[in-house]
Design a protein around this ligand. Structure first.
Ligand SMILES: NC(=O)c1ccc[n+]([C@@H]2O[C@H](COP(=O)([O-])OP(=O)(O)OC[C@H]3O[C@@H](n4cnc5c(N)ncnc54)[C@H](OP(=O)(O)O)[C@@H]3O)[C@@H](O)[C@H]2O)c1
Length: 306
């Protein structure tokens, strides 16, 4: 059952928070920046926050928990995820016992009475996925979570997990430069009234227009491990960014604002959770809400990134 579209204060523009406390994933993060970012989002009318245990192994959830104390909890949609098991060197664990314990510990770190969306962050190799979701259904019936999500599950895994129809939301990688999900999972999700939330909507910053065609990355740069930042693919994506920049001129909008406006107009996308490192990036991204793409420009972008 769809959760987001039925939520009264739902605003399609949310915030991804892997750079809030995600010290294990990214260098040079400051907790104060993360706190300021979340505050800026909530002060700007964002109601959906997307976090996970894996972002700082609980730190992101703790920081968000601190910030939301000053806001009306009932207006917020807090989404978190678990699968990385500290007792198994952070290997994925979807066992019912682990997932239920993860819900309880996330409630403590966030310091809330319930979590809106609880995602299984990644599938593990051994757990029966139907049983994993049934464990979350029990947490839902106990009032500890309000919606059940899956992340990084392929179509067969989603089908196995959703045998009882308990899955509400799927979060997966998707952007203008990686539209695979349209072909693989979307038909099933639509048929079963499961909402889709894309991650990496800005292709990890590539769609912002801040990268140049002559730029190179050393082995120390995280970009050197991401195929989108390599060779011909990198050049093709930047050519696409030029198209977004051209279309953006008529709207006085940057490439990322145009890309975000395209997702906002796309009815198959339930919510947006672009990440940001600092509040200024969030404010820049939020300007996408002022961009209403014409149908013609929407189609032009669709065709350019097919
Ligand atoms: N379910 C999962 O497995 C999964 C996986 C990944 C992410 N996620 C979620 O999805 C969210 C979005 O993904 P993401 O944050 O990794 O990628 P993204 O949204 O594609 O890119 C966000 C990054 O782009 C840069 N950026 C954003 N706005 C900018 C602006 N206006 N100007 C310049 N640079 C800007 C920032 O990085 P720099 O400043 O460092 O360049 C920011 O951290 C995450 O925050 C997380 O909540 C979920």
């Amino acid at each position: 059952m769809a959760y987001l579209k039925n939520f009264t204060t739902f605003n399609k523009f949310g915030l991804g928070t892997n750079k809030v406390g995600g010290h294990n994933l990214f260098d040079n993060l400051a907790d104060e920046d993360g706190i300021a970012l979340v505050k800026a989002a909530l002060d700007s009318g964002v109601t959906l926050l997307d976090t996970a245990f894996a972002y700082g192994f609980g730190r992101s959830e703790e920081l968000i928990g601190q910030v939301i104390k000053d806001y009306d909890r009932s207006q917020l949609i807090i989404a978190t995820k678990a699968a990385h098991d500290p007792a198994q060197n952070y290997a994925f664990n979807n066992s019912p016992e682990f997932l239920q314990a993860s819900v309880d510990s996330a409630l403590q770190r966030l310091d809330v009475d319930y979590i809106d969306i609880f995602y299984i962050h990644f599938p593990d190799e051994s757990t029966d996925k139907r049983l994993a979701v049934q464990a979350l259904q029990e947490m839902k019936e106990a009032g500890k979570i309000r919606a059940i999500g899956l992340s990084n599950f392929n179509l067969d895994q989603i089908k196995e997990a959703n045998q009882d129809g308990y899955v509400d939301i799927v979060e997966d990688a998707y952007s203008l430069v990686d539209r695979t999900a349209e072909q693989t999972t979307w038909a099933y999700l639509q048929e079963h009234d499961i909402e889709f939330v894309p991650y990496y909507p800005l292709a990890s910053g590539l769609l912002t227009g801040k990268y140049t065609k002559t730029q190179t990355f050393t082995n120390d740069d995280w970009q050197s491990r991401n195929p989108n930042f390599q060779g011909a693919r990198y050049q093709a994506i930047l050519a696409g960014v030029d198209i977004l920049a051209g279309i953006g001129q008529a709207y006085n909008a940057s490439p990322s604002q145009v890309a975000l406006a395209w997702y906002l107009k796309n009815p198959n996308i339930a919510a947006l959770i672009p990440g940001a490192r600092i509040a200024a990036q969030l404010h820049d991204n939020l300007k996408a809400l002022d961009v209403t793409l014409s149908d013609e420009d929407y189609q032009k972008i669709d065709a350019a990134f097919k």
